[in-house]
Design a protein around this ligand. Structure first.
Ligand SMILES: NC(=O)c1ccc[n+]([C@@H]2O[C@H](COP(=O)([O-])OP(=O)(O)OC[C@H]3O[C@@H](n4cnc5c(N)ncnc54)[C@H](O)[C@@H]3O)[C@@H](O)[C@H]2O)c1
Length: 332
């Protein structure tokens, strides 16, 4: 079978992880090219994998007609333009979340996707994480009855690099966006209204660039059910991602902060190790989502997480940001 010739744009924290997975673990893909504006990061990668061609300008790379698919993992502020350029170059696209930094950009991407019937999978990797997949299957089984409320916690262990934060779209669009997507996916209803409180409780440097480090979000869905989301950068103890869905006759809870089943028992000090960050917690999910992307292309299957999911998540994020600004309930 012919392997899918694939390229990666952006070799930062996550892009280099995707690129290494493609090079070493995703057997039906052949990583043929990478693009990165940071010359040192580009050289580090191509020195390690000399068969992979490096480009400083992704537009040059897109001219290579043998490349069938592209993973867009550059800074969020570049997603909309890059995705549109990839569509124009007739590539199939995996785009990291969020699809764009603003609602206007997300709508523009969706318009071009529709006009070109473009193939695009969005990087909501929690939908490919085993514990979340099991929870979704359990809900669909119906034994617990229908979901009535959702509680989500997403806590990062610290301030992201400020250069990253500047281009990220802010805490809601960058981080709570995962929980927003989970709400739509697990509650199987669209969000009707939101209310949010947020601010800087720890990292003044985020305040200086107009970002926040903590947000509490309350949501009501079209079917009357509800959700609460807490997203923050302030869990100094580790990466803490948890979700609980209460159903009519039961509940399903996903996630814990323990990185292994070892418990260290020392007099007066019993402890566990916590998860360090997103790469540790979602290592398999990042592999699964790109593997599914490649397999779906090979088998001519449409993506299950699309640009529409990206756009709807940004619409909700936009309403949350509006509520943060106005201190009012915002209806979608
Ligand atoms: N799904 C997840 O859990 C998850 C986790 C982390 C990051 N992300 C997303 O992945 C993307 C990258 O995040 P990151 O943490 O790797 O950020 P990063 O800042 O570490 O990396 C971004 C890289 O893109 C490069 N870049 C910027 N513009 C470029 C261009 N025009 N062409 C080529 N390269 C360019 C930068 O030089 C940088 O090396 C972001 O959109 C982020 O939201 C998703």
């Amino acid at each position: 079978m012919n392997k899918i010739k694939i390229a990666v744009i952006g070799l930062g924290r996550l892009g280099s992880f995707h690129a290494i997975n493609l090079q070493t673990r995703i057997f039906n893909a052949e990583l043929v090219a990478v693009s990165e504006i940071n010359e040192t990061a580009l050289a580090n990668f191509t020195n390690k994998f000399p068969a992979v061609k490096g480009y400083k300008d992704y537009k040059e790379m897109l001219k290579d007609e043998s490349i069938e698919a592209v993973v867009v993992a550059s800074s969020t502020s570049t997603h909309a333009t890059t995705v549109i350029d990839c569509i124009k170059a007739n590539k199939k696209i995996f785009c990291e979340k969020p699809i764009a930094v603003s609602l206007e950009e997300a709508k523009e991407v969706q318009k071009i996707v529709d006009e070109n019937d473009a193939y695009i999978q969005l990087g909501f990797m929690r939908r490919f994480d085993k514990p979340y997949v099991k929870a979704k299957a359990q809900i669909l089984k119906g034994e617990m009855g229908k979901p009535v409320s959702l509680l989500a916690i997403s806590r990062d262990p610290g301030c992201p690099p400020i250069e990253f934060a500047k281009h990220s779209g802010g805490l809601v669009n960058d981080m709570a966006i995962h929980d927003i997507d989970l709400c739509r996916w697990l509650m199987e209803s669209e969000v009707k209204e939101v209310f949010a409180h947020g601010g800087v409780v720890k990292f003044k440097e985020l305040g200086e660039i107009g970002d926040i480090d903590h947000v509490n979000i309350s949501m009501i869905f079209e079917n009357g059910k509800m959700a609460l989301i807490e997203a923050s950068r302030n869990s100094a103890y580790g990466y803490d991602i948890r979700t609980e869905v209460i159903c009519e006759n039961g509940a399903v809870a996903i996630g814990n902060i323990q990185d292994e089943s070892t418990i260290y028992k020392i007099p007066n000090k019993t402890y566990i190790n916590t998860i360090g960050g997103f790469l540790e917690r979602f290592e398999e999910a990042y592999f699964n989502e790109i593997n599914v992307f490649v397999e779906n292309i090979i088998n001519d299957i449409k993506p299950s997480v699309t640009a529409i999911d990206g756009l709807k998540a940004i619409q909700i994020a936009d309403a949350i940001n509006e509520s943060l600004k106005t201190n009012k309930i915002v209806r979608l």
